[in-house]
Design a protein around this ligand. Sequence first.
Ligand SMILES: Cc1cc2nc3c(=O)[nH]c(=O)nc-3n(C[C@H](O)[C@H](O)[C@H](O)COP(=O)(O)OP(=O)(O)OC[C@H]3O[C@@H](n4cnc5c(N)ncnc54)[C@H](O)[C@@H]3O)c2cc1C
Length: 433
Amino acid sequence: MKPISSWGRLSHEDHQVIPLNDRHQAFNQIRANETQGGIAHGMGRSYGDVGLNPKGALWLTTGLHHLIHFDEHTGRLICESGVLLRDIQRLLIPRGWILPVTPGSQMVTVGGAIANDVHGKNHHLLGSFGDHVQNIKLIRTDGTIIECGPLHNTEWFSATLGGLGLTGVILEAEIQMRPTAGPWLDTESIPYSNLSEFFELADSSEKDWEHTVSWIDCISGKGQGIFMRANPNKELKHAPKMKAEKKMPFVPPISLVNSLTLRPFNFLYRNHQKYKAGTSTVHYEPFFYPLDKLLEWNRMYGPKGFFQYQSVVPRNVGQDATQAMLKEIEKSGEGSFLAVLKTFGNRESLGMLSFPEPGVTLALDFPNHASRTHKLMNRLDAIVKEAKGRIYPAKDARMPRELFEAGYPKLNEFLKYRDAGISSSLSRRLLGS
Ligand SMILES: Cc1cc2nc3c(=O)[nH]c(=O)nc-3n(C[C@H](O)[C@H](O)[C@H](O)COP(=O)(O)OP(=O)(O)OC[C@H]3O[C@@H](n4cnc5c(N)ncnc54)[C@H](O)[C@@H]3O)c2cc1C
């Protein structure tokens, strides 16, 4: 048994860790487990309990890290599920192919990206990760192998995409890569003073800009922030010199994110970004993955860890609901160090439990102050519920079951595809088993 935490570091409970290193032998390892079921675990970059299973088995997939086939002409990549998005990007971008969709960290596995059907900054144009997956090879704990995709076994595909690891263990996937001229992006940063300005910028950018995202100051309650947008640069090709990652060296005894640091941080960030407002050409890594440069930055929240709260609400109520959430945060004094606001495009996800839906998504990090933080998140839940929105399970560690059920209307259909030998903290909390 070994203590394992997820990215939010809210718990450190013992797990029976079973590394999977050979996709042809995976069934023996999955079957060998006789504890309370198991769950696949990639890089543990999910914030809450979706990939945890205390006292039970964790099938660690990072040993399944082989590329199986790449077609230079069509851009079709077949790889094992434990391959990191970082490794795909670094290998294939110099060859003219890029992942169509990536989340804000490239330190995640292909299996994790599929199981959470992750989204990036270009959802309005290219949807979520699953929109580019052509085939999944899944193994069930009874030994059945299922191959599924958008054109074959579609019901299994739809259950497994965003299926939170609960339909089986993904062994391999086939991904359609996208042509790219190189690693550079032309970017623009624009400060905005309120939410109306944010929505104007988001709406007017969707047509001409591939990537859009904004940082929002959620301390002042005014809805001011910095809007960032980018398009691939089609001319510069040379490889840049990469700076080495830095690491948060220790876990401080208390959270470094507290009422003394939040206000100055937000003030400085806003003014620094204003100073930097304008255009520049940057490498894709700092733009797509700004937090990856400080390895283990999650330690700065101290030993009690932190919650991430990410919601999406429909566009027609998006401004009011976001304003109401910012007001609640301001009132609570529990400011968020990292607050990201972005619009999703007008497209339905393919996965039964996929998070993205048309609307506006707000992601917030809160240091764990026990009941104080829970009270604030309960108030945010009420706003999300009234707006008919949903919470992202990849980030969640505490949403009430009725909010999950209300947010995911295809849940009952999904349950038909669950694997009885698979269970996680999240599935027991939200699905009862
Ligand atoms: C800094 C940062 C930024 C982020 N930005 C975004 C973002 O912009 N958009 C977004 O959508 N997400 C974002 N995330 C969340 C992250 O992309 C997802 O949580 C992702 O799923 C993590 O992948 P992982 O390999 O770490 O999987 P884990 O966290 O280890 O597992 C995630 C889920 O996938 C399942 N799983 C993993 N491998 C397999 C497999 N082989 N077969 C079946 N199930 C499997 C697990 O059981 C679990 O349910 C961010 C996370 C961080 C830390």
